[in-house]
Unconditional design. Structure first.
Length: 613
């Protein structure tokens, strides 16, 4: 019984004791009644079980911090794959999940519920009654179940009374959250569950009492994954044109080389044949403690908040429906959050190529064992604010922001990426950063060596807005003499410097931890784009395998110096590169390998509850 329980009981019983003390000395002594045994337990010590005999389950149970406090999951997966996948609008698709009804849908669903128990109190007086209470702010977002002879049955704590027989025997409960935390101003994710036993007293017998015990729980946050975790499955969109087919073939080679456990899935039937697989969904997860020091995990597929239509019911990017129609299932939840009033001029920022995760690091006395989210945003140019509020509300991977407004597509992954560091120090990663200055110098060196007439982009074609092709082949001399390319590249170099400064300030990143990735920039409608295939826009498969776009640089003595430079920069860190043909399907459409792929990664061993803020 916690301190609050004892205080409640004492407040009720002390008046009777005082009354007894003030009575005449020849009165019979008042009986001494044992203290009520009102004890509610949850997995406060986070070992994956609820133990009525373990004192650590009781210590500080009415608080929550990095050392103790119980956890529950948002039960928004679809363990039996019972949710419809057709005929539903964007608004309706998320409404079906395992928490949408008040039934435990089988054993798999039960695993997603956190347990609580009340301690048996065999000596409870006849007529006592028990109640369960949920804190007011949390009540709309959680559901309680009570175990009976036929399994767990939903109860309404506001009206459910438990009998003295229930109090005597003890009850087992289960709890689910019906949603994730979306806005801390609405709900902060904490749930106080109170077990209260009330006795009205009997004439000449035991006096009335009321005793209670409270445990605090927190709903698991949605966590985004980072590149230090190896890929378990790769996704891309199945499009049958020649460029996309070549892209998938090379990407499959990279996946095979990395021995990615679940291989690659080419998503068929993607609405609008949307090729930007990175952009229309993001992968994450939620977890709570499981026995044996493990984590019980529900993966989360998150739909992008891109607004594509002026429609109340179907406003979102159509391809994102795959979150619910293809990916949601057993231990995989679907999630979306958007504001239909978001500024359409900033909509590209809502694509997930503009949302990455800085891998784990320690800096300025703070540890970030699950890393931090990083997004492109400025005070005047920003993604959907309701989705930003959802990310911030998770409270584990506090976001970092860099300026991507100078880029035409405005995505973070156009200029920065991360690979695992072979010998982590305070940072588990190396930064891959676009270096347009280096690209220019490489071409100048080639020109000085007599290679100015050597052509880049051999056999490649640009594609204009009308679908008309034009030769892309260009000499080194002509590239260096192009004032637009040189100006755009100089601007890009300065802007990337500013992005790196932010990362250095927030993570402690040093110059030795930056791997320069050389490619030039050009401009389209005033925004910067990769002129050469942007090799930083690559898919990190694991600590030693990277799939990057073929740069199609000048062939000098049988080698592409841009491929050679990147391979040489990564080799000391144990990273090998598979070059992926992406020119026709992606590069000339303003994207690269990372833009055209997505990945589910291994779940980190670090436990979020040890780092929660």
């Amino acid at each position: 019984m916690s301190a609050s329980s004892r205080a409640c009981w004492l407040a009720c019983i002390v008046p009777f004791v005082l009354a007894a003390c003030s009575s005449k000395s020849n009165d019979p002594p008042a009986p001494v009644w044992p203290a009520p045994k009102v004890d509610l337990r949850a997995d406060n010590n986070r070992n994956g079980t609820v133990d009525l005999d373990d004192p650590t389950e009781d210590e500080g149970e009415d608080g929550w911090d990095g050392r103790h406090g119980a956890i529950l999951l948002a039960n928004i997966d679809d363990d039996q794959r019972a949710c419809p996948t057709t005929g539903l609008t964007d608004v309706d698709l998320p409404s079906c999940n395992d928490a949408a009804n008040d039934v435990v849908d089988g054993d798999d669903d039960l695993l997603d519920l956190a347990r609580l128990k009340t301690a048996p109190w065999a000596e409870v007086p006849e007529g006592a009654r028990g109640t369960l209470e949920i804190s007011a702010a949390a009540a709309p977002f959680v559901r309680l179940f009570k175990k009976g002879p036929d399994g767990f049955v939903a109860i309404d704590p506001a009206i459910e009374l438990l009998s003295s027989a229930d109090v005597a025997a003890g009850v087992e409960l289960a709890i689910e959250a019906k949603d994730v935390v979306r806005d801390k101003a609405v709900w902060d994710g904490f749930v106080d569950v109170t077990w209260r036993v009330v006795f009205d007293g009997t004439p000449g017998g035991r006096p009335a009492f009321e005793a209670s015990d409270t445990v605090r729980m927190r709903v698991a946050p949605v966590l985004l994954q980072h590149h230090v975790s190896p890929a378990e499955k790769v996704f891309t969109t199945k499009i049958l044109d020649a460029g996309s087919t070549a892209f998938r073939a090379d990407l499959a080679k990279a996946v095979t080389a990395a021995k990615t456990p679940n291989g690659m899935e080419a998503l068929d039937g993607v609405p609008d044949r949307d090729p930007w697989t990175q952009d229309f969904f993001e992968t994450g997860y939620m977890s709570m403690p499981a026995p044996g020091g493990e984590q019980h995990v529900v993966r989360v597929a998150i739909r992008s908040s891109n607004i594509y239509r002026d429609s109340l019911k179907n406003p979102l990017r159509p391809a994102g429906k795959l979150v619910f129609t293809n990916l949601r299932g057993k231990d995989v939840a679907g999630l979306q959050q958007f504001d239909p009033r978001s500024n359409p001029d900033m909509d590209s920022l809502n694509s997930f190529g503009n949302t990455e995760t800085i891998p784990p690091f320690e800096h300025a006395g703070k540890k970030w064992p699950l890393g931090r989210i990083i997004r492109g945003a400025t005070p005047s140019f920003y993604p959907d604010r309701s989705f930003a509020a959802l990310l911030a509300a998770q409270g584990v991977q506090d976001p970092v922001f860099v300026d991507t407004s100078w880029l035409f597509v405005s995505h973070l992954d156009e200029t920065l990426s991360f690979v695992p560091a072979p010998k982590p120090t305070q940072r588990s990663f190396l930064l891959l950063a676009n270096d347009a200055r280096l690209a220019k110098k490489m071409l100048e060196d080639a020109k000085a060596a007599g290679q100015g007439g050597t052509k880049m982009f051999l056999g490649k074609y640009w594609l204009d807005e009308e679908g008309v092709e034009s030769p892309a082949e260009v000499s080194i001399d002509d590239v260096l003499a192009d004032p637009d390319v040189m100006a755009a590249s100089a601007e890009a170099a300065a802007e990337v410097d500013a992005q790196i400064e932010v990362l250095a300030r927030e993570t402690g990143l040093t110059t030795d931890e930056i791997v320069p990735i050389p490619f030039l920039h050009s401009k389209i409608y005033g925004g910067s784009v990769a002129y050469q295939p942007g090799m930083v826009n690559a898919l990190v498969l694991d600590a030693t395998h990277l799939a990057a776009p073929d740069p199609h640089g000048p062939m000098i003595e049988g080698k592409d110096p841009f491929q050679t430079a990147v391979e040489a920069a990564l080799a000391p860190h144990g990273v090998s590169v598979t070059w992926v043909e992406d020119w026709d399907g992606y590069h000339r459409n303003l994207g690269e390998v990372h833009c055209g792929s997505n990945v589910m990664r291994a779940i980190p061993t670090a436990k979020w509850w040890e780092a929660a803020r």
